[in-house]
Design a protein around this ligand. Structure first.
Ligand SMILES: [Zn+2]
Length: 102
């Protein structure tokens, strides 16, 4: 599908621009990729979701424009615009019928 290819290509370009310090260009690529995903009702790729800010569309690079911290449940990513994103990495233990944990 063309839309998916475009999103992949924009993700690659955004990464290159972000790494080389062209923040405005990276923001534009991320914004375009998100708009294409919304228009075609596609899932925004997880890798891109984790490394972009949903508030300001910045491509996040740890130590430069973002802070990555972990606690015992999730990764907390703080963008320099002040937005904060939390992604869980620990699976919740499900209780079985007899009350024992798996
Ligand atoms: Zn931001």
């Amino acid at each position: 599908m063309i839309a998916e290819e475009r999103i992949e290509k924009l993700a690659k370009l955004a990464k290159e621009a972000g790494v080389s310090g062209e923040d405005v260009r990276a923001k534009r690529y991320v914004h375009l990729a998100r708009k294409i995903a919304q228009r075609h009702r596609l899932k925004f790729p997880t890798e891109l979701k984790r490394f972009t800010c949903s508030k300001c569309s910045a491509y996040l690079i740890p130590g430069r424009n973002a802070r990555f911290r972990t606690n015992n449940k999730c990764v907390v990513i703080s963008c320099e615009c002040g937005a904060c994103h939390r992604y869980p990495y620990k699976k919740r233990s499900r209780k079985m019928k007899d009350g024992k944990k798996i």
